[in-house]
Design a protein around this ligand. Structure first.
Ligand SMILES: Cc1cc2nc3c(=O)[nH]c(=O)nc-3n(C[C@H](O)[C@H](O)[C@H](O)COP(=O)(O)OP(=O)(O)OC[C@H]3O[C@@H](n4cnc5c(N)ncnc54)[C@H](O)[C@@H]3O)c2cc1C
Length: 282
């Protein structure tokens, strides 16, 4: 199926992309195109103009920047999966990137596109919640940062304002983020997660001193699971305390129910994958 007709323009700078977006009400930014183009072909999205940002090389870098890692929004899933900086400082993110779709999707799709699109079944949201990420957005009124806890606010809805471009993802360099992982129960064809669980954990003499747990794919949008976190925090790390914490997964949350996976099964799998992630880190 072909998309409806549209105009196309290639932005040569971040500033140009922002002003093109401001000048064209019915326009969409185009990054890797692996969510937007399928949506256009299905006529779920019919922008009159595409503003192609995929040539903005300054958004394709991963670097250490003082106390945090800086990931440009146009870094591909492949780059994030293979980056030594990400693997050693925030492995939950490289874990998530490495299990997205297939090699073709990972070669073209970008971390910024995935986080801006915010599909309820996307992988990065659960991982970035676990890693306490900070997002940098640029728009007509300048640059601002958004904490991950304030970012995912609804079904396909984020705190990015109309006309804002997500430019960078920042992850603090610390021992808790270095001890993180992301595990998922994938749809066997598309590989989108039915359940994706990111965890970062710090411990002191075998006791859990801090933990963050983020779920993708389970609810209408990604969420942090404070029930699991508060049950394990301050407890000795062993099979029994981890099982008790995992048992709280998705408690009190609205859980998706579709013709592939029922609500009941998703809840059960949330516990299983939370337990696997915590066991891996303890
Ligand atoms: C077959 C298939 C399997 C997939 N499997 C998975 C999977 O297992 N897990 C998973 O998480 N995802 C999966 N995806 C989605 C994939 O990860 C996409 O690459 C990603 O969701 C979108 O990134 P993109 O760069 O392709 O963005 P695009 O499709 O170009 O854009 C998506 C949306 O984000 C906006 N946008 C893009 N970049 C920015 C920016 N920097 N700032 C502001 N807005 C921006 C666009 O305007 C558009 O609205 C799959 C996709 C396909 C086609």
């Amino acid at each position: 199926m072909y998309a409806a007709e549209f105009d196309y323009v290639r932005a040569s700078s971040i500033e140009e992309a922002i002003s093109l977006k401001a000048e064209n009400d019915d326009s969409s930014l185009l990054a890797g195109g692996h969510s937007l183009i399928p949506a256009m072909k299905l006529r779920l999205s019919t922008p009159q103009k595409l503003i192609d940002i995929s040539g903005l090389d300054q958004l394709k870098k991963i670097s250490k920047n003082g106390s945090h890692i800086s990931i440009g929004s146009l870094c591909t899933h492949k780059q994030c999966a293979e980056s030594e900086i990400i693997q050693s400082n925030c492995p939950a993110l490289s874990d998530a990137a490495s299990v997205i779709g297939d090699p073709h999707v990972r070669t073209k799709g970008t971390i910024g596109g995935a986080l801006a699109h915010s599909d309820p079944q996307a992988d990065y949201p659960g991982a970035t919640l676990a890693l306490n990420a900070t997002f940098v957005a640029k728009g007509p009124s300048g640059e601002r940062t958004i904490e991950v806890d304030d970012y995912f606010i609804g079904l396909w809805e984020t705190a990015l304002g109309e006309g804002e471009l997500l430019t960078e993802i920042r992850i603090a360099i610390n021992s808790m983020n270095a001890n993180s992982c992301y595990v998922k129960f994938p749809q066997p064809a598309s590989r989108y997660p039915y359940v994706g669980c990111g965890v970062s954990l710090s411990s002191n003499n075998g006791t859990c001193s801090d933990i963050r747990v983020g779920f993708s794919g389970v609810g209408e949008w990604a969420f942090r699971d404070s029930g699991v976190e508060s049950t394990l925090k301050g407890q000795p790390l062993n099979d029994s305390t981890i099982a008790s914490a995992a048992d709280k997964a998705a408690e009190g949350k609205t859980v998706l129910n579709d013709h592939f996976v029922s609500e009941e099964y998703r809840r059960a799998m949330s516990k299983v994958y939370a337990k696997r992630a915590m066991m891996q880190l303890s």
